[in-house]
Design a protein around this ligand. Structure first.
Ligand SMILES: Nc1ncnc2c1ncn2[C@@H]1O[C@H](COP(=O)(O)OP(=O)(O)OP(=O)(O)O)[C@@H](O)[C@H]1O
Length: 389
């Protein structure tokens, strides 16, 4: 959804926060990111615009590879050196400065020392990053508050742990990584997939904690994969990306209406975030056996019919392959059974031969008139056996 210039300004000015207290706001205009590889250029982000306000938490959502991390990196000023960016990123109307402590970034992975406890990790970080002017008591109180806010009291004395030392759970590690960033009380927090790898309860706790941080007059922007509907409800704003383009930008709760008006109503009882991602993700259309239900109702085109026909043919081919495999296995099995039956039959004849051979000689064996005590040397039985096989 393209937000017009004056619409941006109106919303920024009408923000209660902006009116009531001097607060920070972030704005990005026409942000384009291009990567050049082997002489070919590839657009990772295409003219993205948007804004983030304090006291609000924003979700950046989109299919895998849609550019969520790249947008966060661009906003935080930490794009890789091979990516060329154009456009403006403004903090309170001015180009944002990198490294002035007002912006923090939490990566997807947790980079922590396994042998330190939660409290030690925070203490070291606080003493290194908080201003020298702060007294020891003030620093300790910041640490205690951070531990409380992120619900880490119960594991404050536990070691973080590593591959050979069992320590914190995944959720606790994530919360500790976020705690390290909130220690310095940044005005803007960027978090790349803070809930990845967490169960739904831990994920909810993390987002709730981030929402509380935001409500303290900060801007919180995080990329997120498939939030549950409870988590989705916690987000104030939503930026939905697909192939580096903005599909929707605005209040999260209005996105359902936007999709419904665009012809993709969210079915009742379906998680809205799941619905949005299903609607905008074209990666798997070619291999899905039928168009997705939401699209099937709305998209009736020759190409989609062709696609579904192609898919039916693909399924038929797979079925054919499966069937030929089954037939082959059945034939093998039948051959084995046949061989087994013949062996039984030969054994039966041998037993019979032995029975005949029981009295000194084999009456049926013209070769050995003097008798064949050794049944295995009876040529008659061998000949019958070979003939049967
Ligand atoms: N420095 C880079 N050099 C080359 N390609 C890059 C670079 N950074 C990102 N890309 C490409 O840009 C695309 C978007 O990547 P990005 O990590 O932003 O996606 P994403 O939406 O965060 O994906 P995911 O949800 O899977 O993490 C990907 O195809 C990726 O390969």
């Amino acid at each position: 959804m393209k937000i017009e210039e004056n619409e941006h300004e109106e919303q920024l000015e009408s923000s209660t926060v902006m009116r009531e207290k001097k607060a920070i706001y972030l704005r990005w205009e026409d942000v384009t990111a291009v990567v050049v590889r082997k002489g070919a250029t590839r657009k990772l982000l295409n003219r993205l615009s948007g804004y983030a306000l304090p006291d609000r938490i924003m979700a950046i959502m989109g299919p895998s590879g849609s550019g969520k991390s790249t947008l966060l990196d661009a906003l935080a000023g930490r794009l890789s050196s091979n990516v060329i960016m154009s456009g403006n990123i403004l903090l309170n109307g001015k180009q944002r400065k990198i490294g002035d402590g007002s912006i923090s970034y939490t990566t997807q992975e947790d980079f922590l020392f396994g042998t330190l406890t939660v409290k030690e990790t925070l203490t070291y970080s606080a003493h290194l990053r908080l201003p020298n002017t702060m007294t020891k008591d003030e620093i300790n109180s910041v640490i205690e508050n951070t531990i409380m806010n992120m619900g880490l009291q119960d594991c404050a004395e536990n070691k973080v742990g590593n591959w050979h030392l069992r320590g914190l759970s995944g959720g606790e590690k994530r919360r500790l990584s976020i705690s390290l960033e909130i220690l310095t009380q940044p005005s803007v927090m960027f978090l790349d997939e803070p809930t990845t790898g967490l169960d739904s309860a831990s994920a909810l706790f993390v987002i709730q904690a981030l929402k509380n941080i935001a409500l303290d007059g900060r801007i919180v922007v995080c990329s997120i994969h498939q939030p549950s509907s409870y988590i989705f409800d916690l987000f104030d704003d939503l930026c939905l990306l697909s192939s580096g383009e903005t599909i929707y930008f605005g209040e999260a709760k209005l996105a359902v209406k936007f999709f419904a008006e665009a012809g993709f109503p969210c079915p009742t009882r379906r998680n809205p975030s799941d619905h949005f991602l299903r609607c905008i993700n074209s990666d798997f259309d070619k291999i899905a056996p039928t168009p997705l239900p939401s699209l099937r109702d709305s998209v009736v085109s020759v190409s989609s019919k062709f696609e579904s026909k192609k898919n039916i043919r693909q399924i038929a081919l797979i079925n054919e392959e499966l069937m030929s495999g089954l037939i082959e296995r059945r034939n093998n099995w039948r051959n084995q059974l046949y061989t087994l039956t013949i062996r039984c039959f030969v054994n039966m004849i041998r037993d019979l031969g032995y029975f005949w051979c029981g009295n000194d000689c084999c009456p049926a064996c013209p070769e050995l008139p003097d008798g064949c005590r050794s049944f295995s040397s009876c040529n008659y039985v061998s000949v019958v056996g070979i003939w049967t096989l």
